[in-house]
Design a protein around this ligand. Sequence first.
Ligand SMILES: CC(C)(COP(=O)(O)OP(=O)(O)OC[C@H]1O[C@@H](n2cnc3c(N)ncnc32)[C@H](O)[C@@H]1OP(=O)(O)O)[C@@H](O)C(=O)NCCC(=O)NCCS
Length: 305
Amino acid sequence: MPVPGVSIRAATAADAEPIREFDRTFCVDDLGLERTFHVVATEPGTGAVGGWGVAGPDAATAPGSFTLRLSVRPDRLGRGVGGTLLDRLLDHLRSSGATVVHVWLRELDEGVLRFYLRRGFVEYRRTCRLLLSPLAADLGAFEPLFEGVKQQGVEIVSFDTELGRGFDALGAWHRLVRAEERPSETYVQFLERAAQRWTIGGTLHFAKMGDAYVGYTSLALPYLDPGAEGDPGLVEQGYVRVSEPFRNRGIATALCARMVEVARWRGYHTIRSDVAQANAASLAVHARLGYVEAGGEVWVRKSPV
Ligand SMILES: CC(C)(COP(=O)(O)OP(=O)(O)OC[C@H]1O[C@@H](n2cnc3c(N)ncnc32)[C@H](O)[C@@H]1OP(=O)(O)O)[C@@H](O)C(=O)NCCC(=O)NCCS
């Protein structure tokens, strides 16, 4: 439904500057050709940009799956700008054959969440953002964690050290992955995927029992919004996994404790970890190490569009 004073047009490169005034994460690459893109010009007389939106195919998921993003100028909130942009993007997606559209809400803002829920979106994933300062961590308190797993015959070892002494670390990692996570993954596919990980070199560690690996984790590069400035002191706790028969023995806690040590040695001031709210075990691991909650993220989707 048209809203007085809000008109929609396709964005051009000249809109980048006014958009960046209220959305510093916007970058000109968002005008990529395979994406559709619209801004809203409020105050038809002046043509001032009151908000922008973008929708594009979601490369990581199935055909027909799209994501969209909206951003409204703070001084134009509550005037129908966001709703008008969303209607326009949804119209476009329907005519492009979209079957599902996802929105990732980077901050747990209940008002924004309600905006989408009222328009037929449903929440399907919520994460807690957890932070820890490795500089302030009491590393001495971690010793009993390492000792606890050692008494069960488990050692936390570095991938690089293992390779250096001639152990087939990649083979052992692949056997662990095949056993539970990806039963049909070939060694070559596994190597390709391993090479694409955002793991920071030298931080990959395993929990080792005899000649077998039973868990792993690493530090990872933090996700950055396009155009956002990185913080070299911030690092991400990478994916952590422990083989099912070895869970609830303190192994993930010891692996993540080693990551805190590694982060401290490398001078990072903050480790960030985004954990699904439904993952009680992972939340318990982080709480044990002293991570504190700092907001979170929500994913919503609409299907059919
Ligand atoms: C999450 C995961 C890595 C934990 O591994 P783990 O070796 O069993 O972890 P630990 O034994 O060190 O610690 C488990 C903690 O969770 C708690 N826990 C386990 N199941 C729980 C449940 N259902 N509800 C509440 N707490 C639970 C345990 O009591 C323990 O906490 P405590 O040390 O304070 O007693 C493991 O479950 C896993 O590999 N899951 C699949 C991959 C995954 O989800 N990774 C995390 C992505 S963020």
